[in-house]
Design a protein around this ligand. Structure first.
Ligand code: RAM
Length: 492
């Protein structure tokens, strides 16, 4: 059930891509290094970039003869050196996500321009053939692309804590490289527009690059490609063909409501709000229907929440439903009908009471249906504001002390930090932000990765850390926290 009106608007909002030429900072072989038959080198571009690579070589042949055979060149691109492994990949993701390219060149004198876009800091280059001639390194550069305009980002005040300055810098870089024709989740993998990721990217964008047109383009893409019942897709492929994704996630669909509310707060654009409100409201209807069908609980199979394998999602899912119903009510008060407002109010009461049933006042914590204690249950209950403010603060204090199942993705950690702030625990929130995201800096990350578990560098939802994305936009929210809650700049 495509909506061509929205898709046309999304198309008209195609962003400008800014291009910069960047050369490696180290690893370039000297002019006297003759390479053939398996020789090679690894270039380091000094930082992460997304773009198109060109390599230029000279040819040396004994007796000054011309090159007499094609040149074979192998390229391997790495965002992080952890990807530099020869271990065979046995996980379920397609191996073609590994950024390898082999080319045969008829004219080794001409610059070799790779047509695929790569996401990397390092590139390993090898010449595997036993050619009678050798090659010598001449030049290499990447035409880096992004739809983020760095000049739009306000510098942090001089007296900002140096660690926060570093966290902000890496967050900006992470978001910059994920901002392409859409907000991609990761420019290496999946290069796709996901609603959950968009929700956090857009929040950070309002305080940094302010590319509101790109957010709107993405909102239109989701609204233009719903499933048959009006449920919005968890992700949209904008290439190779414009298509929604069949994996249904109710939490992601509901985040459309939050993303629209944030867009409205940032822009005040009532026209867009009126246009997209029916799609947003529909997500609440579908989530409520499923809640009723499941005996006043969430169908956890339809919720992502985090990559945490053993997570009992029952409580977190209810909290997130409630949090988004409240966002919907905020929008309904502006553009909804009286009937929509009244039914949201009723539904908020219903979900609140189901969620409160999961609260254990003796330990001041929420438990999943299985009895499990997780950070996820507490953070979503707090973001839903289901307890009174004083009780909520006590609950989050208890959460900081308790042994809980912890977030695996920085996506989930974002909500825990935000929950602390909204519970009046800003110092604790910033301490956590510094230790968790600071831990990534300690591990030498250039960009913030898709998953990060302190103490478990091997953590991967895909059976191998080499498959992880090392520049993943849902991890870019330190800039949002710093600019919104420390500097108090932006839409408020
Ligand atoms: C990962 C994607 C994306 C996320 C989904 C649920 O595979 O990269 O970031 O939204 O999981």
């Amino acid at each position: 059930m495509k909506d061509d009106r929205f898709l046309k608007k999304a198309h008209d909002l195609m962003p400008v891509l800014y291009e910069t030429t960047v050369r490696p900072v180290s690893g370039m072989p000297g002019k006297d290094r003759l390479m053939r038959d398996g020789d090679g080198f690894t270039l380091d571009f000094g930082s992460h970039f997304v773009g198109y690579l060109t390599l230029a070589l000279d040819v040396k042949r004994p007796g000054d003869d011309a090159a007499d055979a094609p040149l074979a060149v192998e390229f391997r691109f790495f965002e992080n050196l952890r990807e530099n492994t020869d271990e065979p990949y046995t996980g379920g993701m397609s191996r073609s996500w590994f950024q390898n390219a082999s080319v045969l060149i008829d004219d080794p004198y001409a610059p070799i321009e790779l047509h695929r876009r790569y996401s990397f800091r390092y590139v390993k280059i090898r010449f595997p053939s036993n050619t009678s001639y050798s090659v010598v390194y001449k030049d290499c550069f990447v035409r880096a692309v992004t739809s983020a305009d760095m000049t739009k980002v306000a510098p942090l005040p001089e007296n900002t804590d140096p660690l926060l300055v570093k966290l902000d810098k890496v967050s900006l870089l992470t978001l910059r490289d994920c901002m392409q024709q859409v907000f991609e989740d990761g420019p290496k993998r999946d290069r796709r527009l996901w609603l959950g990721d968009l929700y956090l990217q857009a929040k950070t964008n309002y305080y940094t690059f302010k590319n509101n047109g790109l957010v709107l383009r993405c909102l239109y893409l989701f609204a233009g490609l719903p499933h048959d019942d009006g449920l919005l897709s968890s992700a949209v492929f904008h290439e190779p063909v414009l298509k929604n994704q069949s994996w249904v996630l109710h939490d992601y669909a509901l985040l459309f409501v939050g993303a629209l509310a944030d867009y409205y707060r940032a822009t005040g654009d009532i026209g867009v709000l009126k246009e997209l409100w029916p799609a947003a409201y529909r997500q609440t209807e579908l989530a409520y229907k499923s809640f009723e069908q499941c005996g006043r609980s969430a169908n956890v199979d339809l919720f992502f929440i985090d990559w945490c394998p053993s997570l009992d999602k029952s409580c977190a899912a209810l909290g997130m439903i409630l949090a988004m119903f409240k966002e919907a009510l905020y929008l309904a008060d502006t553009v909804g009908t009286a009937w929509e407002q009244a039914s949201l109010e009723e539904r908020i009461k219903d979900v609140s009471s189901a969620l409160l049933d999961m609260y254990s006042p003796d330990i001041r914590l929420f438990r999943g249906a299985s009895g499990q204690l997780s950070a996820h249950s507490q953070m979503w209950a707090a973001l839903a504001g289901v307890l009174g403010p004083r009780e909520q603060k006590e609950m989050m204090k208890a959460a900081l002390k308790a042994e809980l199942v912890s977030p695996v993705a920085p996506y989930a950690m974002h909500y825990f930090v935000e929950a602390l702030i909204l519970s009046g625990l800003k110092d604790e929130a910033f301490a956590l932000l510094k230790s968790y995201w600071g831990g990534m800096l300690d591990r030498g990350y250039d960009c913030f990765p898709e998953v990060f578990v302190p103490g478990d560098p091997e953590a991967s939802p895909y059976g191998s850390p080499a498959m992880n994305s090392f520049c993943h936009a849902w991890s870019c929210t330190p800039s949002y926290f710093i600019r919104k809650y420390m500097l108090r700049t932006g839409p408020g």
